[in-house]
Every structure is written in C-alpha cells, then in structure tokens.
Design a protein around this ligand. Structure first.
Ligand SMILES: C[S@@+](CC[C@H](N)C(=O)[O-])C[C@H]1O[C@@H](n2cnc3c(N)ncnc32)[C@H](O)[C@@H]1O
Length: 284
C-alpha cells in the first residue's frame, strides 16, 4: 500500500472551498466561458423532447439553456457535487420559470431516478474525477445505448494565455512545482489521446473533436484590469498561491497582474486573453 495520494491527484474540493469560490464569482466565471458554452450548445443542437443530463452543471446556466432547447416534453437535469451551486441553480430555475431540474450528487457514483438519458452535456465539468474510468463507466450506465455526449474540456495551458500569462506572473514571485500531467483539474484532458483512452475504456466510441479557439474576458465581459486582478486573486488557484505568500509578494504580484491586464484591456470588451478548448463528442 502506498501513502496518501499527493495533493495534485486527489482532485479539487468542489463540494467545499472550490464550490464557494465559483459561487462567489458565478457571473464572472460564467461570463468568461459563455462563448464556449454557446459553441458547445450549438454543436449539440438539442431537439424538443430530448432527455439531457448536464454533468457538473455548476450554477446551472447551461442547464437552463438546454431546458429551452428540449422544451416541455423534454428533460434538462443538472447534476453537480457542490450543494451551494445546486442551491443557486434551483433558485435561478424557479426565478426564470424554467423546467430545468437539479440533483446534488457525485457523478462518479450517482444513479438517478430520471435515467436513462438520450444525451449528456458538460461544459468543463468532466475533468475532476480522481478515477476517471470508473466515473465514465458510471456515466454510461445513466445513458441510453448510442446516446451522444458533448464535452468541452480545456486544451493545453500553453494555448490558454488567460492561464499561462497569469501563472507567468505567479512564477515570477513564487516557486510553483510543475503541473502533474493528467491530474484531476481543469487541464486533465489537455492531451486528447488520454481522453480517448478513458472514453474507450469506459465503453464510449467514435470520439470526434473540433477545436474552439478565441479570446475570453478574464473576470467576465467588461471587467477593468483592477476587477480582473481582484477576480484572479479571489477565485483562481493562482490567487490562492499568492495569498499564502501575503505581504510584499502579494502586493508586487497584484501590481504585475494589473499591469498585464491593462495591456490586454479593450474598452467595451474587457481583459481579453487567448483561450483554446476541445469540443468532444462520442457515443455511449
Ligand atoms: C469548472 S466548473 C463548471 C460549471 C458549469 N458546467 C459551467 O460551465 O458553468 C466544474 C463543475 O464540475 C462540478 N464537479 C466536479 N466534480 C464533480 C463530480 N464528481 N460530480 C459532479 N459534479 C462535479 C463542480 O462542482 C463544478 O460545478
């Protein structure tokens, strides 16, 4: 028996601290990734009557959009491990008069009364499983045979300036150990060969991928350089690393981040930095 898993391999604490951070900046996070969600929804092209599972639905923005696509005869069910995000998603659905429904459970093991589904969707909610193959095997049991899955996952950080540039500032002030490839987290599926292995081992077939490449607004559309800096410090892992340093390091990094974001700020748009994601489909 080995010792405890290294921190990087345990996955992120979405039911706790990560979920609280995502909730506290929900509009900013969702605003950043809204264009990628729109591209994934357009590719998925949901039809009236379909029954769709939204994996790792967070605050539920995409689940609400799916509910519109599938209409009153269909089902849009958001599944997430974070109770505070499911609470917000339910509130939003009630406020909007949406038929979207939400369940709080770990997708790696959950079984749902509403299954089997015709389709599975996930905008950046599929990369956090500590053991991806058993989790995807479980997801497959929730789907009809032949059901299509649509996943958005981040491509390599080197193609995501919003992450690389921020980490460049952090590394100028703090020694950060190199990322562990394939570790659960936003970039777990940067290598599509690894994702294809996981899908094949879990019984999914016919993986097909298009790249999404564009720019995204750090801290949400319209954020000023100062607002983007506050967002990074409060919400991203980079901010946690800097907060641990405190004092002069934090102050110097704050100034560097604001200067970086000022160089990428465009009036009316916000702090625009490059991003790349993979839009992946496969069949159960
Ligand atoms: C990056 S956020 C994306 C949220 C949402 N899909 C969106 O695009 O707004 C990742 C989400 O995956 C959820 N998540 C992580 N691990 C999970 C698991 N094992 N089961 C269910 N949800 C999980 C998190 O709680 C979080 O809401």
């Amino acid at each position: 028996m080995g010792g405890p898993a290294p921190e990087a391999l345990k996955g992120e604490d979405w039911a706790g601290e990560m979920g609280e951070r995502w909730l506290a900046s929900l509009d900013r996070f969702e605003g950043m990734i809204a264009p990628i969600g729109a591209a994934l929804l357009a590719r998925a092209d949901y039809q009236p009557g379909e029954r769709v599972l939204d994996l790792g639905c967070g605050g539920g923005a995409t689940t609400l959009a799916i509910a519109e696509g599938v209409g009153p005869q269909g089902t849009a069910l958001g599944l997430d491990i974070a109770p505070m995000l499911i609470g917000r998603a339910r509130q939003r659905a009630a406020d909007a008069g949406s038929a979207a429904r939400f369940v709080c459970a770990d997708a790696a093991t959950a079984q749902l009364a509403e299954q089997p589904f015709d389709r599975l969707f996930s905008r950046f909610g599929s990369m956090f499983f500590a053991e991806p193959v058993p989790a995807f095997v479980n997801l497959r049991t929730m789907l009809k045979s032949g059901a299509r899955i649509d996943l958005a996952v981040w491509a390599h950080p080197r193609d995501n300036a919003w992450m690389m540039e921020v980490m460049g500032v952090v590394r100028a002030h703090v020694e950060v150990p190199p990322a562990v490839p394939r570790a659960p987290g936003p970039f777990a599926f940067e290598d599509l060969g690894y994702l294809e292995e996981i899908l094949a081992a879990s019984g999914f077939a016919g993986m097909d991928v298009v790249a999404y490449q564009g720019e995204q607004a750090v801290g949400g559309p319209g954020a000023t350089p100062e607002e983007a800096t506050n967002f990074v410090l409060a919400s991203m892992a980079a901010g946690r690393i800097l907060a641990e340093q405190g004092g002069t390091v934090l102050a110097a990094a704050r100034a560097d981040l604001t200067a970086l974001f000022a160089r990428h700020h465009r009036a009316g748009e916000g702090v625009m930095l490059g991003c790349k994601a993979w839009l992946v489909t496969a069949r159960a």
